[in-house]
Design a protein around this ligand. Structure first.
Ligand SMILES: [Zn+2]
Length: 338
């Protein structure tokens, strides 16, 4: 059974006119699931996180600032591209809470996997800063919650958004209970995510960045997921896998500069699924970026098909120069490579 959170209430976070992170993104995805009579899909109602839950990853004064800014009733720019509207606080609590709910349901065995079609996205949100369209870091909050309250020992966060998830990396940089793995365009916004950023203190080696040149496509992504991500997950043996699922590496995306196809996102989901099955961990996806509406819908459709057990497209891995540096940076700790 696949748990899906898809609800038009996530359109209520208003980002103003002409913002790429727009409410229509939710409407497009909702059309995949509305009126669904697929017996493999369980539609789960949105659940609001408490402020205390969000404070597992964010400072109290920051959470209160978002609440007060929402209550002001007008559109407020928190940074050059991050907007807070009157509904934003409540919607952001629901984004984090819905991901937590799917995580709890998977840990309890009520669903096998999940996909949270939520906004605002989360992976750029820092402990005390909104950034890059993100208010609360949904995956980071859910990872903290799973460890503190759901009895999960280790969490892997896989981030295939075209941007590096700087906020998520920061949250767990010195934490060996949470492995952060990211493929992203580099150099690119937000500037972080070099291969040399591998964690600190007890967390050394538990941040694995795979920065890729713009223009990389399906075969390159398959190589990284098959030869870096899969052995990494099998060696780390997490009890839970959270995916920061951004679809802005799609060839049609107006912001990203990668050439990934919709089918490839399904193939990536299949590799993640194989690794997850190997270690017996549920996989819960949380929407991040993806700004071409048709490409976003098509890509999520391919991921959900794979979650339902349909075969993914066969995409041959293609070796490329950056791979060597990824393996070199981590081979002393993880059994990576072919
Ligand atoms: Zn992104």
């Amino acid at each position: 059974m696949i748990g899906i959170v898809s609800d038009i209430m996530f359109m209520n976070h208003d980002t103003g006119d002409y913002h790429p992170e727009c409410p229509l993104r939710i409407q497009y995805l909702h059309s995949l699931f509305a009126g669904n009579d697929d017996r493999q899909i369980l539609l789960v109602d949105p659940v609001a996180a408490s402020a205390e839950d969000v404070m597992l990853n964010h400072g109290r004064s920051y959470v209160e600032m978002i609440s007060q800014t929402s209550r002001s009733g007008s559109l407020v720019d928190l940074d050059p591209d991050t907007v807070c509207s009157s509904e934003s606080y409540d919607v952001a609590l629901c984004a984090a809470g819905s991901l937590m709910e799917l995580t709890k349901m998977a840990i309890d065995g009520r669903i096998d996997s999940g996909f949270a079609c939520v906004r605002p996205p989360g992976h750029h949100a820092r402990r005390d800063d909104a950034m890059g369209f993100c208010l609360f870091n949904n995956v980071a909050v859910a990872a903290h919650k799973a460890i503190r309250d759901f009895g999960v020992g280790k969490v892997a966060i896989i981030d295939f958004d075209v941007h590096h998830g700087n906020g998520t990396q920061e949250s767990f940089y010195s934490d060996n209970r949470v492995l952060y793995f990211s493929t992203h365009q580099y150099p690119f916004y937000p500037g972080t995510g070099a291969v040399s950023e591998t964690g600190s203190g007890e967390g050394t080696g538990y941040t694995v960045n795979c920065p890729m040149r713009g223009g990389r496509s399906d075969g390159h992504y398959m190589a990284v997921y098959l030869y870096i991500l899969k052995p990494l997950i099998e060696a780390f043996e997490p009890g839970l896998i959270l995916v920061s699922a951004g679809f802005d590496a799609h060839a049609k995306d107006p912001i990203g500069g990668m050439h990934v196809s919709s089918e490839c996102f399904g193939a990536i989901a299949a590799v993640i699924g194989d690794a997850a099955e190997e270690v017996g961990a549920p996989v819960i996806y949380s929407l991040e970026g993806g700004y071409d509406l048709h490409a976003l819908k098509d890509s999520v459709h391919h991921v959900v098909r794979v979650l339902k057990g349909d075969p993914a497209a066969v995409i041959e891995p293609t070796a490329f120069p950056e791979m060597e540096s990824f393996i070199k940076a981590h081979a002393h700790m993880w059994p990576l490579g072919v």
